[in-house]
Write a protein that binds this ligand. Structure first.
Ligand code: BT5
Length: 330
């Protein structure tokens, strides 16, 4: 099913997933789905997942497949739109939030032409290879510890990978989704995904973006140290299933986080699930910090603001923004 023209966000009904209504590109005036080519690798071979396109829409990530998968996961999402191509689901999500978009609007895409990571970095993946989506969320509670939400969303993505593929996924602080070599059936682990959370101060909305490398071949990887589910040894992972399950778990963790507000003890309890998956804890590491010297030490804990505490020669140093490099995982 293609996104239908003429629906507006206001006319999309709130409620259970069975009422999911595609929000058309016309409603936002920002984006227009365009046909994507049949996907082949640089060597001309078709992608191993056999992604095919019907009228420009990838069949394993078409609107009906994604909606079916989201419905299966339950939840109270408002709308879902699947694009064959978009600049960045987060950029458009933030623009929609600024324009008054309600909570629960989901944007999924096959390809991003200006995908973004944290700190203005790029997120790159060829068409037909990735599960990439953003969701606009409005918290209900008055005060929140914002730094914790992206960490919990990382847990949600790991849970989805595990549920769909049976392969254990972990997190490198703050929210790189990684598969350790020892957990990958092929032994080829690395960074398999990432999360980008952005807050629109005006509306209070959070736009949570997820990029997951599903079927990138070795030559598609944008950086050394990256991997994909197929490279890790997962046979034919289905993108729509991954998106649906991830959204279901994101709703679970978002609801729990929203209920907790700034209660440090309750946040601490939520973070148990993050700490269990965080490979930066107990690991020798180097943290590159914007505007500060690199910090060398051992990951000691993750605090109730989402900060990483590093034991640097006996001194406990808190890091709120930074990039971690481990000896074992780049
Ligand atoms: C992230 O940033 O890891 C967050 C990535 C979020 C992407 C999603 S896709 C849907 C939504 N819409 C967007 O525009 N973004 C979100 P960060 O920790 O800053 O990592 C970025 C770095 O990862 C880059 O500088 C590269 O080194 C590397 N990188 C880029 N593309 C990659 C890929 N496909 N797989 C693994 N690493 C990649």
């Amino acid at each position: 099913m293609r996104a239908r023209a003429g629906r507006t966000l206001d006319s999309a009904r709130c409620g259970a997933v069975k009422y999911l209504i595609p929000v058309s590109d016309a409603s936002s005036g920002l984006i227009a789905p365009s046909p994507a080519p049949l996907v082949t690798g640089p060597d001309g071979r078709p992608r191993s997942s056999g992604v095919a396109y019907v009228e420009g829409w990838p069949v394993d990530l078409g609107t009906s497949a994604v909606m079916k998968s989201i419905r299966k996961g339950g939840g109270s999402w408002r709308s879902v739109t699947v694009f064959s191509e978009i600049a960045s689901t987060n950029t458009v999500g933030v623009a929609l939030a600024q324009a008054g978009c309600p909570s629960g609007v989901i944007l999924v895409t096959d390809l991003q032409t200006s995908g973004r990571g944290r700190l203005d970095r790029a997120w790159e993946a060829p068409a037909g290879t990735s599960a990439m989506f953003s969701v606009v969320l409005h918290p209900d509670g008055p005060d929140h510890e914002w730094g914790v939400l992206p960490l919990l969303a990382g847990v949600a993505v790991c849970e989805a990978i595990e549920f769909v593929t049976g392969v254990r996924a972990s997190l490198k602080w703050p929210n790189d989704v990684v598969i350790r070599d020892e957990d990958a059936p092929s032994g080829r682990g690395g960074k398999v995904g990432g999360l980008l959370a952005e807050r629109d101060a005006g509306s209070g909305a959070i736009v949570l973006g997820v990029g997951l490398n599903v079927d990138l071949a070795e030559e598609d990887l944008p950086v050394p140290g990256a991997t994909s589910l197929t490279l890790a040894g997962v046979p034919r992972p289905r993108r729509a299933k991954l998106v649906g399950r991830a959204l279901s778990r994101i709703e679970h963790w978002f609801t729990a986080w929203d209920a907790v507000g700034t209660d440090a003890e309750a946040l601490d309890r939520l973070l148990v699930a993050y700490r269990e998956r965080c490979i930066s804890l107990g690991a020798p590491l180097t943290v590159a910090r914007p505007g500060a010297e690199d910090l060398v030490g051992v990951g000691a804990s993750v605090g109730p603001r989402g900060e990483l505490v590093v034991d640097a020669d006996g001194e406990q140093v808190e890091v709120v923004v930074g990039d971690v490099t481990h000896a074992a995982v780049p």
